[in-house]
Design a protein around this ligand. Structure first.
Ligand SMILES: Cc1cc2nc3c(=O)[nH]c(=O)nc-3n(C[C@H](O)[C@H](O)[C@H](O)COP(=O)(O)O)c2cc1C
Ligand code: SF4
Length: 553
């Protein structure tokens, strides 16, 4: 077969919005790497200065610049995989390189090879298999996004429709967009991607904003270490995400949407593409949805590996083919988002929550939470627990009941030394603070936050300095470098945790680490630099003896 030519690739995407990433992926797939000639062809075709394009391409982890780079194994070296021996696996696989947490912490170590994800603990045991389903629901618990996810065939349109799929959309089309926005606001749904912003408020702001076309972006970047819930939702309930996006479009007046999927989920891309094509054929996407005048075109875009692209403005720059630095805010994406036009960026779980909310009503969703807390949250639980996995809990549910009751507790009679919150971004909780309930007010009262709901458990055998060092190494690697408090601060904190340079006495060491962290929190331009010091602050709070040993050793 003659390989597809440069011109054919460029022509294929000419009329499509957000063409840079798919064009680069096509060249990458065709050649197995991005050659200099390919970059020149892209720069010429899209009229991007070659130096800018080079800077952007090399910013991403997964675009190989050497021949056959695409097929070389990429081994996950996230915190949980490190505990399972990722470094040894990395050394054992020919030509392998490390990649940050690739969102499969409820399985053995993931290895990306070309477009396949393999999992295993050694080179010989690597196998391709579906990502894990959530563990069985607990008695007496009612779920929202996971309610039907375990039903066989749920990922197909027929399977989705068997249990009420797209009924929410039919119901919504009998309402006005403003009524739909109000329903979502009344449900109390807040963003599940990290920041917890009320979804109804965001949608109203987009609906009220001037400028067309408006855009819905589904943030499926899921780069936070220890988070793997969006993968599960997309793998097993892709139509739930698509329906959520169509509902968001109807509510806000958007006519186009992008689903921005992280590079590390190649199988998920196929599942989503299939669901989108089924939905289009059934008149659920595209022009005149379900015979109405409402139209919504949805595009799937694959990232290329950069944690910062999960930050919504960075993601927008990435989609637009720019260097994916976060943007200065205000203005916010609700008025100046994709192509400087009104845009709602929402997380996968947020969007997947909307169809059941529309079907069952705002009061139903509110009532799923405990106390004053509205609704549910998927927690990705991993590390030193008997049954890691994705658990959908009522907001306000006790953390310890989740770990000890639902997930079977720690292994081999060990005790919990610490857990992380918000993946890594919330730092650690330990000691008496493990008695929190899973909701923002409770966790924020202990100086952390729930965020996207990744929780990693470390038992009493773990070296918390080493865990903290790895965490800071991740933030230092992923800092985009746009602002110096974060660029330099993450490096300094990483060096101190590695025992490199810096004060040799405890008090000056602590003062320096606290001071660097405070400056980062007060002056960083985005959430990465603001959150990273929670690692060192919580280490100092809960593990002063380990810190003292580390500094004086
Ligand atoms: C460094 C950083 C990484 C982020 N990564 C993600 C991500 O992978 N997925 C996500 O949905 N939100 C992520 N966010 C939050 C987004 O910026 C944004 O708040 C979210 O997508 C909005 O959707 P929601 O309101 O439905 O939560 C990240 C934020 C920061 C600061
Ligand atoms: S805080 Fe860090 S990641 Fe965020 S813009 Fe600044 S340098 Fe980039």
């Amino acid at each position: 077969m003659t390989p597809i030519s440069d011109d054919d690739i460029l022509a294929r995407w000419k009329e499509e919005p957000a063409p840079l990433l798919p064009i680069l992926h096509d060249f990458h797939d065709r050649d197995g790497f991005l050659s200099e000639e390919a970059l020149r062809a892209v720069a010429h075709g899209l009229r991007i200065p070659i130096a800018d394009l080079f800077g952007t391409v090399t910013f991403y982890h997964h675009f190989a610049r050497e021949p056959r780079g695409l097929g070389a194994p990429r081994v996950c070296t996230g915190p949980i995989c490190k505990m399972r021996g990722a470094d040894a696996l990395l050394g054992a696989l020919d030509g392998a390189t490390a990649m940050p947490c690739s969102g499969r912490c409820d399985d053995p170590i993931p290895v990306l090879r070309g477009h396949d994800t393999l999992v295993g603990l050694s080179g010989e045991s690597l196998e391709s298999r579906p990502s894990p389903l959530p563990p069985a629901v607990q008695e007496g618990i009612e779920e929202c996004v996971f309610a039907h996810i375990r039903e066989p065939g749920r990922a197909s349109l027929d399977g989705y429709r068997n249990s009420g799929g797209y009924e929410g959309l039919r119901k919504a089309l009998d309402m006005t967009p403003a009524e739909l926005v109000q329903l979502v606001a009344d449900s109390g749904l807040a963003g599940r991607g990290g920041a917890g912003f009320p979804t109804g408020v965001k949608w109203k702001a987009v609906a009220d904003a001037e400028g067309h076309p408006k855009t819905i972006v589904c943030n499926a970047d899921e780069g936070e270490p220890g988070c793997f819930k969006d993968r599960c939702l997309m793998d097993y309930d892709p139509h739930g995400v698509v329906e959520g996006m169509v509902l968001a479009a109807y509510a806000t007046g958007a006519t186009r949407g992008f689903l921005y999927l992280r590079y590390e989920y190649p199988e998920t891309e196929l599942v989503l593409a299939r669901a989108m094509s089924e939905a289009r054929e059934a008149g659920l996407l595209g022009p005149g949805i379900l015979g109405t005048v409402f139209s919504f075109e949805l595009y799937l875009r694959r990232g290329a590996g950069a944690y910062i692209c999960g930050e919504e403005t960075s993601l927008l720059n990435s989609l637009e083919g720019k260097h994916p630095f976060p943007r200065n805010r205000p203005p916010y994406p609700v008025t100046h988002g994709f192509a400087d036009l009104p845009t709602a960026v929402n997380n996968v779980e947020t969007l997947a929550s909307v169809p059941p909310i529309v079907r069952h009503g705002a009061d139903w969703y509110r009532g799923l939470g405990r106390g004053d807390q509205a609704g549910t949250k998927v927690i990705s639980l991993s590390g030193d627990v008997a049954r890691p996995g994705n658990y959908e809990v009522p907001l306000g549910f006790p953390l310890i009941e989740l770990i000890d009751g639902w997930a079977g507790g720690t292994r081999d009679g060990h005790t919990i030394q610490a857990v992380t919150m918000a993946g890594l971004s919330g730092g650690f909780l330990a000691g008496d603070d493990l008695d929190v309930t899973l909701d923002e007010p409770s966790i924020r009262s202990r100086g952390s936050f729930l965020g996207a709901g990744g929780i990693m458990v470390f038992d009493d055998t773990r070296d918390m300095i080493e865990v903290s060092h790895q965490a800071m190494e991740f933030f230092a690697d992923e800092s985009c470098g746009k602002c110096f408090p974060c660029r330099i601060g993450t490096q300094r904190l990483m060096e101190r945790l590695a025992g490199k340079e810096g004060p040799k006495e405890l008090q000056p060491w602590i003062e320096e680490v606290v001071d660097v962290g405070k400056t980062m929190m007060e002056t960083s331009a985005c959430g990465l630099g603001m959150a990273a010091p929670l690692i060192t602050n919580s280490l100092l709070k809960y593990f002063p003896e380990q810190v003292s040993d580390h500094v004086t050793r």
